[in-house]
Design a protein around this ligand. Structure first.
Ligand SMILES: [Cu+2]
Length: 165
């Protein structure tokens, strides 16, 4: 539901920009990612970021909300673009992350990484695929291996790595 609202806000921002004759619709958007014990849309998924795959524009903010206790978000080693800043949030706290450099960003929940709690953000733009192979080649622990197999396949299927919007 929130995802739907976010999308609507983006559409409204774009429409407002068009109406007022503003050339750029590059309004910085805030995308919410919930940190959950159970995915309400897929209860078999436990310890999960929802949505766990996001494509954003440079300068957009991702707001990780501590919906359920005990989770955090941290960039995964070897899975962010060269020169991008690593992050690691405190557990039980909301966390806002603004990404400016195009590329793929793999992240995890520190305590639940082995339980498969990982996610992907793609920041579109020039050079966004530069670190894709390196990110895909990263080794994982426990159920994260399965999560990443699913995430790469889903991202591919959704065309995240093809055209720049
Ligand atoms: Cu967690």
């Amino acid at each position: 539901m929130r995802d739907f609202i976010t999308r609507r806000l983006v559409v409204l921002a774009a429409a407002a920009a068009a109406l007022t004759g503003v050339a750029s619709a590059q309004e910085a958007t805030v995308h919410e990612v919930k940190m959950l014990n159970v995915n309400p849309d897929n209860p078999r998924q436990r310890m999960v970021f929802v949505p766990r795959i996001l494509k954003v524009a440079p300068g957009d903010t991702i707001k990780f909300t501590s919906t359920d206790p005990g989770h955090n978000t941290a960039s995964s080693k070897g899975m962010i673009p060269e020169g991008a800043e690593a992050w690691r949030s405190q557990a039980n706290k909301d966390f806002e992350l603004t990404l400016t450099k195009p590329g793929v960003y793999g992240y995890n929940c520190t305590p639940h990484q082995a339980a498969g709690m990982v996610g992907l953000i793609v920041v579109e733009g020039e050079g966004m695929l530069d670190n894709l192979e390196a990110a895909k080649a990263t080794k994982h622990v426990g159920l994260a291996t399965r999560s990443w197999t699913e995430i790469w396949a889903e991202a591919e299927k959704e065309g995240l790595f093809t055209a720049v919007n």
